[in-house]
Ligand binder design. Structure first.
Ligand SMILES: NC(=O)C1=CN([C@@H]2O[C@H](COP(=O)(O)OP(=O)(O)OC[C@H]3O[C@@H](n4cnc5c(N)ncnc54)[C@H](OP(=O)(O)O)[C@@H]3O)[C@@H](O)[C@H]2O)C=CC1
Ligand SMILES: CC(=O)N[C@@H](CCC(=O)OP(=O)(O)O)C(=O)O
Length: 314
C-alpha cells in the first residue's frame, strides 16, 4: 500500500484525482481538513510522509510546493503548467514515443500535460517525428472545450443561477495567440514554429476536441487521409488509451455530426482523420478531466509506483 497526498485536493483536478484514488486498491489517501488546505506546516508534513504527491495548484503555488518536499523518497506529479518544459521533469504522456513510458517509470518528478496540448501532441507528434508533417509546417489548431478546464472559479461562473448571458454561447479566448500550452506543444511535437492555436470555451461541463487542418500537397509524400490514418493506427496499435477511430459508424453521430463528449468518463484519447486527397482534418478528442488531466495523472502514478498502468482507469 502506498501513501498518497493530493495538494489542492479541494480544487477541480484535485477532487477528480481523489475520486480515482478512492477506488484504487493500491493506495491510501492522506486527507487534509478543508480549513487546513492552505496551511504550510500541515501540507509539508503530509508531503514528506507520502510516497507520492499530486500537485493540483496554480503554477506559482506548485513551484513553491516542490520546495516543501525535503526527502529523497517522495515522488511528485504536478498537474500545473510550471514544469512541463523543464528537462528535469518527465512529461506525462506515456504514449509519446517508445522511450517515454520508461522515462516516467524511472522519474521522481513528472509533469502532467495540458488538456489541449495532450490532444494536439498525440495527433501531431508521430507525424512530425516521421517527417510526414514537415517540422516547419504552418500548423493551425482549433480546440473546442467544456468549461471545467478553467478550474473552480470558471465552473462557479458558469453554474451560478444569475450567470452572465454571454456564458451561454461559445467564446474564443487566448486571442493574444500566446496560449500557455504552446511551449509544450512545440517541444513535444518538434514543430519549429508556434502553431496558430485557437481555443473556444463552451457551455457544457467537459469534453475537448482539437481540429488540425493539413493540406496533402504540402506534406512530405503527398499523403492521403487513409495513409495518415493507417500510419497513426499502426503507431498506437499497442496502446490501450489512444485509439485511431476508423469506421464511419464509430466516427460520427447518427446525424453526421461529431461528438466532442465521446471520451468523457474515460482515460481515452480518440484520433480521427477526415478528408480527401486535397484537404485533411486531423482531430483528437478526450475528456479534459480524464486523459487531459486527472486520468493522465493516475496513469503516471501507476507507472511511477510500478502498479499495472491501467489500474483504476477505463
Ligand atoms: N481543470 C482542468 O481541466 C485542468 C487543470 N490543470 C491544472 O491543474 C492545476 C489545478 O487546476 P484546477 O484544479 O482546475 O484549479 P482549481 O482552481 O479548481 O483548484 C485549485 C486548488 O488549489 C488551491 N490552492 C491555490 N493556491 C494554493 C496555495 N498557495 N496553497 C495551497 N492550495 C492552494 C485552491 O484552494 P482554494 O480552495 O483555497 O481556492 C484550490 O483548491 C492548475 O495548475 C491547472 O492549470 C491541468 C489540466 C487540466
Ligand atoms: C477552458 C480552459 O480555460 N482551459 C484551460 C486549460 C486547461 C488545462 O489543460 O489545464 P492547464 O491549465 O493545466 O494547462 C486553458 O485553456 O487555459
Amino acid at each position: 500500500m502506498f501513501n498518497v497526498y493530493v495538494d489542492g485536493q479541494y480544487g477541480t483536478t484535485g477532487l477528480k484525482i481523489q475520486e480515482y484514488l478512492s477506488k484504487h486498491e493500491n493506495v491510501e489517501l492522506l486527507t487534509i481538513d478543508y480549513e487546513k488546505r492552505r496551511d504550510l506546516q500541515t501540507r509539508k508534513k503530509y508531503m514528506n510522509e507520502a510516497d507520492l504527491v499530486f500537485l493540483c495548484l496554480p503554477d506559482q503555488a506548485a513551484r513553491e510546493a516542490v520546495k516543501l518536499v525535503e526527502n529523497n523518497k517522495t515522488k511528485i506529479i504536478d498537474a500545473s503548467t510550471a514544469h512541463r518544459t523543464n528537462d528535469d521533469w518527465a512529461y506525462g504522456i506515456p504514449e509519446l514515443d517508445p522511450q517515454q513510458r520508461e522515462k516516467i517509470r524511472n522519474s521522481k518528478r513528472v509533469s502532467v500535460p495540458g488538456c489541449h496540448a495532450t490532444a494536439s501532441i498525440l495527433a501531431l507528434a508521430p507525424l512530425v517525428n516521421k517527417g510526414i508533417v514537415p517540422s516547419d509546417y504552418p500548423v493551425s489548431i482549433f480546440s473546442v472545450t467544456g468549461y471545467s478546464g478553467g478550474g473552480k472559479d470558471t465552473i462557479a461562473r458558469y453554474e451560478t443561477s444569475n450567470r452572465k448571458t454571454y456564458l451561454e454561447i461559445p467564446r474564443h479566448y487566448a486571442l493574444n495567440l500566446n496560449h500557455k500550452h504552446l511551449p509544450e506543444i512545440m517541444k513535444y511535437t518538434g514543430l519549429k514554429d508556434k502553431p496558430l492555436f485557437t481555443p473556444i470555451i463552451c457551455n457544457y461541463y467537459k469534453g475537448l476536441a482539437v481540429s488540425i487542418p493539413l493540406f496533402p500537397k504540402y506534406l512530405t509524400g503527398n499523403k492521403s487521409p487513409e495513409d495518415i490514418r493507417d500510419f497513426l493506427e499502426d503507431y498506437y496499435s499497442e496502446e490501450r488509451f489512444v485509439k485511431v477511430i476508423n469506421s464511419d459508424n464509430e466516427r460520427l453521430l447518427e446525424d453526421g455530426t461529431f461528438d466532442i463528449t465521446g471520451c468523457n468518463d474515460t482515460n481515452r484519447a480518440d484520433i480521427f482523420v477526415f478528408g480527401s486527397s486535397e484537404r485533411i482534418q486531423l482531430m483528437a478528442r478526450l475528456d479534459n478531466l480524464g486523459k487531459g488531466a486527472s486520468g493522465a495523472a493516475i496513469q503516471c502514478m501507476n507507472l511511477m509506483l510500478n502498479i499495472p498502468e491501467e489500474t483504476g482507469l477505463v
